[in-house]
Design a protein around this ligand. Structure first.
Ligand SMILES: [Zn+2]
Length: 103
C-alpha cells in the first residue's frame, strides 16, 4: 500500500515536472491568483523561478547546492526521471510554501 506521504511526493513531482504546480503563473491561468508574478521579483512565478532562482528561497537553494554538490542547478538535474527526487521534495517542504503537502 502506498502511504499518504509517498502519494503526496509522487503528486508533487508530477506537478513540478509538468509545471502544473500551484505557483502564481499556473494559478493565474484559472484566475486563482491575482497576478502571475512572484510577489518579490515581479516576474512570472513559474517552476523554474521557484526551484532555481527566487531569492525568497535563498537558504533552500543553498541547501540544494550543498546536497547536489554543484551550484549548477537545473530542472533536468532536479526533476529528470533518473534524478534522485529527494532534494527537490526537500526544497518544496523546506520552503514552507505548500504546507498541505505531507512531504
Ligand atoms: Zn521570486
Amino acid at each position: 500500500m502506498t502511504s499518504l506521504s509517498e502519494a503526496s511526493q509522487c503528486s508533487v513531482l508530477t506537478q513540478l515536472r509538468t509545471t502544473h504546480f500551484a505557483l502564481n503563473a499556473y494559478l493565474y491561468r484559472f484566475r486563482l491568483a491575482p497576478s502571475p508574478d512572484c510577489v518579490l521579483c515581479l516576474v512570472p512565478e513559474t517552476v523554474p523561478h521557484y526551484l532555481l532562482c527566487c531569492p525568497l528561497y535563498r537558504r533552500q537553494h543553498l541547501d540544494l547546492i550543498r546536497h547536489l554538490g554543484t551550484a549548477r542547478l537545473s530542472l533536468c538535474r532536479l526533476l529528470a526521471a533518473k534524478s534522485d527526487p529527494k532534494p527537490a521534495l526537500a526544497f518544496v517542504r523546506d520552503t514552507g510554501r505548500f504546507p498541505r503537502y505531507s512531504l
